[in-house]
Structures are given as C-alpha cells and as structure tokens.
Design a protein around this ligand. Sequence first.
Ligand SMILES: [Zn+2]
Length: 190
Amino acid sequence: MDYTILVNKQHLLAEDYVPENMVEIHEPTGSKLDKTYINRLNETAYKAFKTMQKAALNSGYEIFIDSSYRTYEYQKMLFNSCVAEKGREYAIKFVAVAGASEHQTGLAIDVIFRRNNEMIEEQNESDAEIKWLFTNAHKYGFILRYPKAKESITGFNFEPWHFRYVGEKAAAEIYALGLTLEEYVAGKTQ
Ligand SMILES: [Zn+2]
C-alpha cells in the first residue's frame, strides 16, 4: 500500500474504496480507561501508533486514539448532520465531504490525551501532549496533516489532533522540510 496516498477536497476517494490490511483495534477510553474504543485501522499504522504511545508514556504523556477509520457512508452522515445543524457554509469549512476525509484510508487518527485522570477532548496546540506529538510523531511515521497557516494548501483548517501515517521516510522528509502532504506529493511527481 502507498502510505503517501493523497486524499483531499480535490482528490476524493471513491464511494466503494475500502482499504486493505486493516486490523481491529481495541483502545481504552473514558476518564478511567474503563471503556473500550473499538474500530479499525491499517495494521502498520496501528503498530506505529502503539510504539508512539509507549514513547509518549515514557515522557509522561498518555495519548489515545479518538477516531480512526471511517467509511464513506459514515463521513456522509457526519457531513449531512453538520449541514442540518449549522448550515452548509459552516459544514463545508469544518467537515470533510464524503470521499475527502483521509479517515477513509485507515491511515489517519485523531488523538486525545489524559491528564490527571481526565480525558482532554479539547486539544489545543499549547498542550504539552500535542507539542510532544508535533516534534516526535514523525519518528513513528506520522505527520501533522493540517498544520496552521497551511489551510490554503490543505483545504482544511488547522487540526492539532489529526495525524496521518505516511511511513517513517516520508514523515522525516515532510517534517524536516516543513511540508504538507500536498507539497510532498507534488514534489515527488515533478
Ligand atoms: Zn481527523
């Protein structure tokens, strides 16, 4: 599988696109970690996350997966319910239309973290856990997919919680050069 697959508002995944090599994931969730988040994710990406999770814990940060694989239908439902609730203009800005979400690749995760026995779901760029991810995720093959001030390139607002597995080599290059996946892929095909 090509881990650098580009998915955005110009490069949509087909309605019937279902990624290969996914595994079922069981992650603890809830403030007491007494609940289980069950979903699917690409096997390599999940292994990389588990390694990253251990490294984060060694630095004193408890990170978890809040969102992983999403089907085309589920994304469609998310978008439509946002339209119904907040209007089309808002939805287009903040929720990916079906096919434009890279959660459909099984390579993207939204990260939450726990601090003082409390799950923090309002992730902020000033959080130590998020800062740790900003500077360490690439070592495990993940990139911050929607960086700040790159909205015009990615087509998405800054999302400090959304990380995308691209493999260690690509992640290292993207991190070192401060690129978006769009710029990285464009550079490769020139
Ligand atoms: Zn996400």
